[in-house]
Design a protein around this ligand. Structure first.
Ligand SMILES: Cc1cc2nc3c(=O)[nH]c(=O)nc-3n(C[C@H](O)[C@H](O)[C@H](O)COP(=O)(O)OP(=O)(O)OC[C@H]3O[C@@H](n4cnc5c(N)ncnc54)[C@H](O)[C@@H]3O)c2cc1C
Length: 425
């Protein structure tokens, strides 16, 4: 039982029910919040209204953002890499929630463009660091005919007796080179501005592309786009996250040195698993930030907008609706943090953990942004107010980084496998 001397209002942090933060955590939160407010929101608002080609053109504000986030040092790979696991599990969620409160698309852009550089640094190989360490990158996984199938890395979700599609992008080994032909999906985030990619490709190692179990042989490889045979398609025009440009990549007999191979066969699947585990985990904190932005806008608006003789917050039903949003937001953050703790603990990392928070948070972020829009009434539908953008951003997250139903199926198949193993079934 708590002994309380006086009934007072709760002490709330920037992120609601915040327990004490260390000095370092508070400083990072403050800097990220300021950056999100002063740099990200204004730039994201402009990018959201631009045509996809304009948004990636030379004079686009996207370059200003990329320069400023680099200068800020907030996402400095060396700084993040030097943290202990305990620090990472507390600081990365704070950092990414603040940035995403500013804009989800720009937050994800900063993350995804650093994937190849991160991979090069993680290898410790001087040549890879020299070639990819300061390059803007992207993450190539999906193909026109291989969307959800790439998330189904061990083919547990295929119809009995069938195989996954052959796909449209294939690699083969030729001596000391990997030869790549075909095209990616139009969904590769950052592709229109990227100089290289961390790619997960179907690969023929000499025994075909597709295995007995219907899954694909995979290779993980860093591909510089200055190699002969690499071209790009038009930037994609889409609903939501318009500050995160997407586009196709085409490969015509592109010869990549074996040296740039990150992992082969089983190790490549494990590498994909690791990337998806990180990305899904990160999506959960990102969309907690989006949900928080929507809740805050709705809280402010309901204190201003008068209908029924009073500011609408004075109507009981409105207060209850806001409380539902608040509860969901706190639940999103709690689960997103629990997954960070698990993944950076001795038991983790595991994709089941990240799929749990990614699917829960993005679904709830969609519901929170939708209820926020409802509370804005007709104003919520207009581009004069920030809510319709948040709703669009959250809507895209239900498909991004793995469609939520497919991620749920994969997670439950693995949880069932644990039960079967533990019960000798
Ligand atoms: C904003 C955004 C950013 C993205 N960024 C990237 C990126 O950086 N790099 C990249 O490679 N890709 C990226 N993607 C692509 C993304 O990973 C795919 O869109 C996603 O995996 C779903 O694939 P799909 O669109 O082909 O849908 P499909 O796989 O065609 O799915 C269509 C429907 O079929 C259902 N379905 C599919 N398979 C099964 C199954 N086995 N069992 C039951 N139901 C099934 C799904 O639930 C879904 O509702 C991005 C997508 C978005 C929206």
């Amino acid at each position: 039982m708590f002994v309380v001397e006086k009934i007072d209002l709760p002490n709330l942090g920037v992120r609601g029910l915040e327990a004490d933060l260390s000095e370092q955590e508070s400083a990072i939160q403050d800097s990220a919040h300021r950056f999100a407010q002063e740099v990200m929101r204004p730039i994201a608002e402009k990018l959201d209204r631009m045509a996809p080609e304009e948004a990636v053109a030379e004079n686009s504000p996207i370059w200003d953002y990329l320069a400023q986030i680099r200068e800020s040092g907030l996402l400095d790979l060396e700084m993040l890499g030097s943290m202990s696991n305990a620090e990472k599990s507390r600081i990365i969620p704070i950092l990414f929630e603040e940035l995403a409160w500013g804009d989800a698309g720009l937050t994800l852009l900063a993350m995804v463009t650093s994937f190849p550089a991160f991979t090069a640094y993680a290898s410790g190989d001087a040549e890879l660091i020299e070639r990819f360490g300061d390059k803007l990158g992207c993450w190539l996984g999906t193909q026109p005919d291989r969307g959800s199938d790439i998330c189904d890395f061990d083919a547990t979700e295929i119809h009995p007796g069938t195989r996954q599609n052959r796909g449209n992008l294939h690699a083969r080994i030729d001596g000391d080179e990997v030869v790549i032909n075909g095209q990616s999906s139009a969904w590769v985030s950052g592709a229109p501005i990227a100089e290289c990619s961390l790619a997960y490709l179907s690969c023929d190692y000499g025994d075909g592309l597709i295995r007995e179990d219907g899954s694909h042989n995979i290779i993980a490889i860093l591909i510089p786009f200055d190699l002969e045979g690499v071209t790009k398609g038009k930037p994609l025009d889409k609903l939501g996250q318009r500050s995160l440009p997407q586009g196709e990549l085409f490969f015509d007999e592109v010869r990549v040195p074996m040296k740039y191979v990150v992992a082969q066969e089983e190790a490549a699947k494990a590498s994909f698993f690791g990337a998806l585990t990180f990305a899904n985990m990160e999506m959960a904190v990102t969309f907690t930030g989006v949900a928080r932005a929507a809740y805050e806008h709705a809280l402010a608006y309901t204190h201003e907008r008068k209908q029924g003789g009073v500011p609408i917050i004075e109507h009981q039903s409105v207060r209850l609706r806001l409380f539902g949003m608040w509860q969901k937001l706190e639940a999103c953050r709690a689960l997103a943090h629990r997954v960070f703790n698990y993944n950076y603990s001795g038991n983790g990392p595991h994709v089941v953990s990240s799929m749990t928070s990614k699917t829960f948070v993005t679904q709830n972020a969609f519901e929170i942004t939708s209820e926020a829009l409802q509370l804005f009434g007709g104003n919520g539908l207009t581009k004069e107010y920030p809510i319709e953008k948040l709703l669009r951003d959250a809507r895209a997250s239900l498909i991004e980084d793995g469609e939520n139903n497919v991620l749920g199926l994969k997670a439950m198949s693995m949880l069932s496998a644990v039960y079967k193993r533990d019960n000798g079934l």
